[in-house]
Design a protein around this ligand. Structure first.
Ligand code: HAM
Length: 426
């Protein structure tokens, strides 16, 4: 039996958990400030949700989905992204009848069968938001502002925010004619995959990482030049609001993102410190037709998702620390003999019921061994209970930092712990 985790998956523990908690904690707090409520959707959905939602011609649907049949022969897929599932939930539970704009956020694991690399996993985690209702460019600016502020709050200062407009289906149709015209003459220079994309989904050629294809795409006509009047006006307004908010962004004319559901505004946050194939920490955009495409009311929407694993990796790499909400002194209780456990339990109860992180020795060992153990495990205080303490109802508290030891009456212990931990109610 193989005891290693499947390729492209990871066990997350130790310090990585602290980074994740910090990232998701910041997300929850900030998303709340912007009026978002959490939604949890299943880790798998009917395959059709993704093939129709993301688009049959996309890399994700063609090559990257974990699809399987259940025991009744139904085709199910581990979610490769969170937008289509949220839209499914909105429609199934009729959430738009309760509130518009409907602002939802999610935190969850996603699955894509990609070639694993540093920062690219087959199971990875995202935090994301989806806002349905207004097609007001103010909402686009608000969502981009939220993404930008999120990375700021985490402590990043040198990320690049890229913005573009992909237009509506009408202007995109016109644009694709010109794009194909340009590509026609360059077909022999494209890789085999891009040659097949030429017919099915020429916009995807912009995502190709093959240097020859990238070179050809640099000179390709840009969608920005083909936007219809309404889309151009929408994009100008988005830019105006972003300027008003003092947000530093750059328009990247060939940013087209890899899902078919996008319309108009799209954006990405990238880092120069990550390798180009996976330098995006987060991205998103408008998807004004997805809700109606699934049979719902004509409701525009916009959202983004951020890769938690990649973000944590870059934080570590850039020396950005995390604030640990669980940080506080940790206590280690040592009972020196079996007979003192009854009394030791009373003390442990005070510790845990006042919210102090604490442990007890479950095996009686010498005080020297216990001291070594406490230091090795990073405890801040040791509490030693022997026959004397149990008989006198006292507590011996030793700081492992200053090595100072104090003895107090059991009645005073509660207050002393509240003083040390700061856990007392104000
Ligand atoms: P996405 O650009 O595919 O967008 O993914 C968002 C982020 O997830 C990426 O920027 C990256 O940080 C992370 N990510 C993606 N694939 C992997 C991977 N294989 N390993 C590690 N991290 C990865 C979406 O998923 C859209 N649903 C975003 C959206 C929401 N658009 C509108 N609303």
């Amino acid at each position: 039996m193989k005891l290693n985790s499947p390729r492209g998956t990871a066990d997350i523990y130790g310090e990585d958990i602290k980074y994740r908690d910090f990232i998701t904690g910041c997300a929850r707090k900030l998303f709340h400030t912007f009026g978002y409520n959490e939604i949890i959707t299943p880790a798998f959905e009917h395959t059709e949700l993704f093939s129709r939602g993301i688009g049959e011609g996309t890399d994700i649907v063609q090559k990257e989905m974990y699809t399987f049949r259940d025991r009744k022969g139904r085709s199910l897929t581990l979610r490769p992204e969170g937008t289509a599932p949220v839209v499914r939930a909105i429609l199934e539970k009729n959430l738009l009848s309760q509130k518009v704009p409907l602002k939802l956020f999610y935190i969850g694991n996603m699955f894509r069968y990609e070639r694993p690399q540093k920062g690219r996993m087959r199971e990875f985690w995202q935090v994301g938001v989806e806002s349905s209702g207004p097609d007001n460019p103010l909402m686009d600016a608000e969502v981009i502002w939220l993404l930008n502020l999120f990375f700021n709050n985490l402590g990043f200062r040198d990320l690049n925010l890229l913005v573009n407009s992909m237009g509506c289906p009408d202007c995109r149709m016109d644009y694709v004619v010109y794009l194909k015209e340009y590509l026609k003459g360059n077909l022999p220079g494209l890789c085999a995959e891009c040659r097949s994309r030429y017919e099915k989904n020429p916009l995807r050629i912009f995502d190709c990482k093959v240097p020859e294809c990238k070179k050809i795409m640099e000179d390709a006509p840009k969608i920005g030049g083909y936007l219809c009047g309404t889309c151009r006006e929408h994009f100008l307004k988005v830019q105006g609001y972003l300027n008003e908010l003092g947000i530093d962004y750059r328009i990247k004319h060939n940013l087209v993102r890899g899902f078919d559901y996008y319309t108009r505004t799209v954006f990405e946050v990238v880092s120069g410190k990550l390798e180009s194939a996976q330098n995006a920490l987060g991205g998103g955009g408008r998807y004004d037709n997805l809700i109606s495409q699934f049979g719902g009311p004509d409701t525009p929407a916009i959202g983004f998702a951020v890769g938690i694993d990649r973000t944590a990796m870059l934080m570590k790499q850039s020396g950005i620390g995390y604030k640990d909400p669980l940080k506080g002194p940790r206590f280690y209780m040592v009972s020196l003999d079996e007979g003192s456990y009854d009394y030791a339990l009373k003390i442990l109860r005070v510790l845990r019921e006042t919210g102090a992180a604490s442990d007890i020795n479950y095996t009686v060992r010498s005080i020297k061994t216990e001291l070594k153990n406490a230091l090795r495990n990073g405890y801040d205080y040791m509490i030693i209970i022997g026959e004397n303490e149990a008989a006198d109802r006292t507590v011996t508290l030793k700081s492992l930092d200053t090595h100072k030891q104090s003895i107090m009456k059991f009645e005073d212990f509660n207050d002393e712990i509240l003083k040390i931990t700061g856990n007392g109610r104000s």
